[in-house]
Ligand binder design. Structure first.
Ligand code: LRH
Ligand code: MN
Ligand code: MN
Length: 409
C-alpha cells in the first residue's frame, strides 16, 4: 500500500513495480479522449480572429490533424464532428467521412447538431415559439441521429443554445414543454447503440436565461427523454466557484453521467487548454471518476471542447492530451483504500495529505516511461516540434489561411 507520500510514483524498486506505478500504467492504458474537429480550425472571439497558417479548413485536414495527435499520444481514437461545419451535406457527407476514417485510422466520435447558427434560430431552436422553426430544428436533430447511425458513432451531443436576453420576453415554462417534446422525439429515433448527451450552460449566447441552464435541468430533461439520454458536463459551463466534482459525483451516483467536454477557464466559457488555469480541479474530477464504481463510469466519454485562438492549434491539442494524461496519472496515484480509511476515521489532515500528495507528485517521468514502453514518442510536444507534420501542413495551408478573419465566419 502507498503511504500517500508520493512514493507510489516511483517506477520500480529492484525491478518490482510499486502498486502506484501499476495503477498509473493501467490508467494510462485505458485513458482515451476525443478531440474536437473545431479545435484545429481558425476560430476566434466575437471581436475577430487571428488566422493561423497551419489551421485546418476542410474536414480532411481536421481528420489528418486529429490522427497526428493520436499518433503522438496514443490516446485519441475519435474526433468529434459538428454537423454544419463538418458535414455540410448532412447525410450526403457520410461517405467522405468514412473514407477519411479508413485513411487515417481514427473514427468519428460524437455528432454535434448545430442549433445556433442559422438565421431562423434568432429566438431559439427547439424552444422557439414558432412551430415551423421547432420542426426545422427537430429535422436537423433526426438527421444528426441518422448521421451517427451511418457512421457507427455512439453519441449525439446536444447543446441547446436557446434562451432569452430580457426578463418577461419569453415564457420559460412553455419553452420547457416544447423542448421536452422534441428531445423525446429525438430520443425515439436513436438506434440501439446510440446515446443522446444533454449539455447545459447557464449563460451565452443568451444572457438572461438559457433553456438548459444547469445539471438539474439537463438531468430531468434526459430522464424524461428516455434511458439512452445522459448528461454532458462541459467544465466551462458553470458559475464561478461551482463544485464541479460534486456534480460529477452525483451524476455518477445516479448513473446519469454521459461524458465531459474538457477545457479550462478563468472567467466564463473561455475554452482555454485543460489544466492551464486550475489543474487541481481536473485532478479532482478524475479522482471522482477513478473512485467510482465500474458500472457508474462505464461508457462515460472524455471529450475536449476547446478553441485555440492564440496557441498553435496542433501544439495546443497535443499539450491538452498530454496534460489530461498527466492529471489522470496523478489521480490514479491516490491510494483509494487508505484514503477511505482516513475519511472514515475523520483524520482530516492525513486524508487531505494523502489526496494532495498524489496531486503534487511529478508523474512526468513515469508517463514518459509508459510512452516509451508503448512505442510512443517519449515527449509528444517535442516530437511535434521536431517532426515534419507541422512544417508540411503550414506549407500546404498558408495560402488558404492568408488574410484577416472576421469573428466567426
Ligand atoms: C457551447 C459548446 C457546445 C458547442 C461547442 C462548440 O459553448 O460548449 O458544446 O457544441 O461549444
Ligand atoms: Mn461544450
Ligand atoms: Mn462551451
Amino acid at each position: 500500500m502507498d503511504d500517500g507520500s508520493g512514493e507510489g510514483a516511483m517506477s520500480t524498486n529492484n525491478g518490482v513495480r510499486s502498486a502506484g506505478t501499476e495503477r498509473v500504467w493501467a490508467a494510462l492504458d485505458s485513458f482515451k479522449i476525443e478531440v474536437p474537429s473545431w479545435g484545429f480550425a481558425n476560430t476566434g472571439t466575437r471581436f475577430g480572429k487571428f488566422m493561423q497558417p497551419a489551421a485546418a479548413s476542410t474536414i480532411a485536414q481536421k481528420f489528418a490533424d486529429a490522427a497526428e495527435v493520436n499518433r503522438l499520444t496514443g490516446a485519441v481514437p475519435t474526433v468529434a464532428l459538428h454537423v454544419l461545419w463538418d458535414l455540410p451535406k448532412g447525410l450526403g457527407s457520410v461517405d467522405e467521412i468514412k473514407g477519411l476514417e479508413a485513411k487515417h485510422g481514427i473514427k468519428s466520435g460524437s455528432i454535434n447538431p448545430n442549433l445556433f447558427q442559422e438565421q431562423e434560430y434568432k429566438y431559439g431552436s427547439i424552444c422557439n415559439p414558432n412551430p415551423e422553426v421547432r420542426a426545422k430544428a427537430l429535422a436537423h436533430l433526426i438527421e444528426s441521429v441518422e448521421i451517427g447511425k451511418a457512421l457507427g458513432s455512439k453519441d449525439v451531443s446536444m447543446w441547446v443554445s436557446d434562451g432569452s436576453n430580457y426578463p418577461g420576453t419569453q415564457s420559460m415554462r412553455r419553452r420547457v414543454e416544447w423542448m421536452e417534446e422534441i428531445l423525446g422525439k429525438t430520443h425515439a429515433a436513436l438506434g440501439d447503440e446510440q446515446r443522446m448527451l444533454v449539455e447545459y450552460k447557464p449563460f451565452e449566447p443568451a444572457f438572461y436565461h438559457t433553456d438548459i441552464a444547469d445539471w438539474g435541468m439537463a438531468l430531468e430533461l434526459a430522464r424524461r427523454a428516455g434511458p439512452k439520454a445522459k448528461v454532458l458536463v462541459d467544465t466551462g459551463h458553470h458559475y464561478q466557484g461551482t463544485n464541479i466534482e460534486q456534480i460529477v459525483a452525483w451524476l455518477l451516483h445516479l448513473n446519469a453521467l454521459g461524458g465531459f467536454h474538457f477545457n479550462d477557464r478563468k472567467y466564463a466559457d473561455d475554452d482555454l487548454t485543460l489544466g492551464s488555469i486550475d489543474p487541481y480541479q481536473v485532478f479532482r474530477i478524475f479522482h471522482e471518476m477513478l473512485s467510482a464504481k465500474k458500472d457508474e463510469t462505464a461508457g462515460v466519454a472524455f471529450m475536449i471542447d476547446q478553441s485555440h485562438n492564440m496557441k498553435g492549434k496542433m501544439e495546443a491539442m497535443v499539450q491538452t492530451v498530454v496534460a489530461a494524461q498527466e492529471m489522470y496519472a496523478k489521480a490514479a496515484l491516490v491510494d483509494q483504500e487508505m484514503l477511505a480509511g482516513l475519511q472514515d476515521e475523520c483524520r482530516l489532515v492525513e486524508a487531505e495529505e494523502c489526496f494532495r500528495s498524489a496531486f503534487w507528485t511529478d508523474v512526468r517521468p513515469l508517463v514518459r516511461e509508459w510512452r516509451t514502453a508503448r512505442g510512443l514518442p517519449a515527449d509528444p510536444l517535442d516530437s511535434l516540434r521536431t517532426g515534419r507534420y507541422l512544417e508540411s501542413i503550414t506549407r500546404e495551408r498558408e495560402a488558404a489561411n492568408a488574410g484577416a478573419g472576421s469573428s466567426y465566419a
